[in-house]
Unconditional design. Sequence first.
Length: 99
Amino acid sequence: MLDFYIIEDDQATPNYPEEFGLQFVGGIDYGTFTNLQSKGIIDQRFDYYSDFRLNTVLVKQIQEKILQKELQADTDVIMLIQFFNIANEKESGLIAYGD
């Protein structure tokens, strides 16, 4: 599972989410992750098995990509949109940890 947490853009990257008490927003499985990559939503530079960050600018860019491709109702995209909505409410980005 790839777990997503809220993190502020200027916050240092912790080795693990509990280190800074990051807020968990949800997770996606490998199949969903690869589907999102094949649909061009998640860039190929991100790896399911490696930790990565999506800052607020990148979150907004991915949201725009979802709208442009009209994938808002796609089952793989719906969960990601929920994560992005929470990040937007907190004016923060996301950090993903593979477990």
